[in-house]
Design a protein around this ligand. Structure first.
Ligand code: COA
Length: 156
């Protein structure tokens, strides 16, 4: 895998969240769907999705993180957040979604599998980062690429 997926030009990945240097992280012209919510008790963040348009391929939306508060999982929240984000981005010219997933993240794999079916789009899976690139024991990261994406007016 070539840059921009490689952090700081190094072939190594940290076991935790990779720290990416510009232009690989959201910033500049990239857009985030979640800002910094200021929630007062008893309100709590239920979930969020972040992503950015790939600088060298702006028709591709890289979904960086999807997370749902454990108390709200399994109720379709992640799927609805993804639909909301992608619908706005497709109207703005996005044709494909990419995301990286480890083979053991069943919830995430099912989330994006269901997304591809809902949007009647193809899903391709390929190796992004082999397990050997991580300094410690870590499963390979796979790249999911979904598309082409079109907004079916009757359902979204
Ligand atoms: C992945 C995650 C965002 C899913 O959120 P969610 O709101 O529970 O997802 P949804 O309710 O929209 O469900 C989406 C699909 O995943 C499936 N799913 C949800 N939780 C699951 C679980 N624990 N195990 C297996 N499948 C699961 C659902 O059945 C659904 O698939 P289906 O439509 O084929 O039935 C949530 O589990 C999470 O926050 N995980 C921790 C963070 C993470 O790993 N994020 C992804 C990498 S950035």
């Amino acid at each position: 895998m070539e840059p921009p997926h490689r952090p700081g030009g190094s072939a190594r990945l940290d076991a935790g969240e990779p720290k990416l240097e510009p232009p690989h992280r959201p910033g500049g012209s990239a857009r985030l769907d979640a800002g910094e919510p200021k929630l007062e008790p008893p309100h709590r963040l239920g979930g969020f999705v972040t992503g950015y348009r790939r600088p060298e391929r702006p028709a591709t939306l890289m979904v960086w993180q999807v997370a749902v508060n454990a108390a709200h999982r399994g109720a379709g929240l992640a799927g609805r957040m993804l639909d909301h984000l992608v619908r706005a981005q497709v109207i703005d010219g996005v044709t494909h979604l990419e995301t990286s997933i480890t083979p053991d993240n069943e919830a995430s794999r099912r989330l994006f599998g269901a997304f591809a079916r809902r949007w009647e789009a193809s899903l391709e899976c390929s190796e992004l980062f082999g397990a050997g690139l991580f300094p410690e024991s870590h499963l390979a990261e796979e790249l999911f690429r979904i598309g082409p994406l079109r907004v079916p007016a009757r359902r979204h």
